[in-house]
Design a protein around this ligand. Structure first.
Ligand code: SF4
Length: 302
């Protein structure tokens, strides 16, 4: 949370990093000030099918990130925090413009570092527009902050990146990631419940958990699926298994396993496990190192 301190200064502890940073004059781990830095706002057609429909997902990409993974596929935005400054009013206007253009939802991408500042804007947006609000994040969220979003967010779209703290430390400097992400997912599920679709197949409420298969880390993916199935079952949310890893951004990292693409064997074996555990959700095609989703796992009905 943003805590008022001495002389009414605001110190940021909004996420599990607990930087206690004064973002009026400096920056914490996420690398952004307290005013909105926005990388992009447009309709986007490459999310999971029930988030796009024909109108596209109205995405707002927030600059900065509280994870900054070494292989991040969005390096310029997350690590370098590139973007343009927007006032609160300008951001709400951008949201309403996306709604006017026919977006089927409002998709907040990497919003964690701005979550508290977003609350009054989302309240105002919701009073004017009934589009579902999608909170699209890395899964490294504080439960306390998530609770302040209860009733505002309709769809949670978190990653679940790691089952191993060691791996989370190595790639994302977040050794507590598995426990934090587990608690966050529990809170998300308690807020929005099981997936609810409209008559056209668009997701109106619920959780989609994303997992990006990483090269050389098949065991991590297997452990993530088993952790999710053991802890949360496989029918209370949808799983989206991503194959879009590209090594371009990790090529200078000291981890040689990240310097190649994911093999067909790696992805397919994880996908086979997802099906055998009973998950429902979405696969990606190999070419989607661009981002095309095949519709659904076997047995999913919508
Ligand atoms: S939101 Fe940013 S500054 Fe605040 S605690 Fe998290 S990483 Fe640190």
């Amino acid at each position: 949370m943003l805590l008022k301190g001495f002389m009414e200064k605001i110190f940021c502890n909004a996420c599990p990093r607990h930087c206690n940073a004064d973002r009026e004059v400096g920056r914490g781990f996420c690398g952004v000030p307290d005013t909105f830095l926005i990388a992009h706002a447009s309709k986007h057609f490459w999310e999971e099918p029930p988030l796009c429909g024909k109108g596209g997902s109205g995405t707002i990409f927030f600059s900065g990130c509280n994870l900054r993974c070494v292989y991040c596929q969005n390096y310029e935005v997350s690590h370098k925090a590139k973007g343009i400054f927007m006032t609160d009013e300008e951001l709400e206007a951008a949201m309403l413009r996306l709604a006017d253009e026919g977006a089927v939802n409002l998709n907040l991408v990497t919003p964690t570092q701005y979550a508290e500042r977003l609350i009054p804007i989302l309240k105002s947006f919701k009073a004017k527009c009934d589009l579902p609000i999608v909170y699209n994040c890395g899964g490294y969220e504080s439960v306390e902050m998530l609770r302040t979003l209860g009733g505002l967010v309709d769809v949670y779209l978190p990653d679940f990146k790691y089952a191993s703290g060691e791996l989370a430390k190595k790639y994302s400097a977040a050794p507590d990631y598995p426990k934090v992400a587990e608690a966050a997912l529990e809170e998300m599920l308690s807020q929005v419940g099981k997936p609810v679709f409209d008559e056209t197949g668009l997701l109106k409420k619920g959780v989609i958990v994303r997992h990006l298969v990483l090269p050389g880390n098949r065991q991590n993916s297997i452990d993530v699926l088993k952790l999710l199935a053991d802890r949360f079952g496989t029918k209370n949310y949808l799983l989206s298994l991503l194959w879009q890893y590209t090594p371009e951004f990790a090529k200078n990292s000291p981890y040689p396993e990240l310097h190649r693409r994911v093999t067909t064997f790696e992805y397919r074996s994880v996908a086979d496990l997802a099906v055998s555990l009973g998950f429902e959700g979405y696969f990606q095609e190999k070419e989607s190192a661009t981002s095309d989703f095949t519709p659904l796992f076997e047995g999913t009905e919508h």
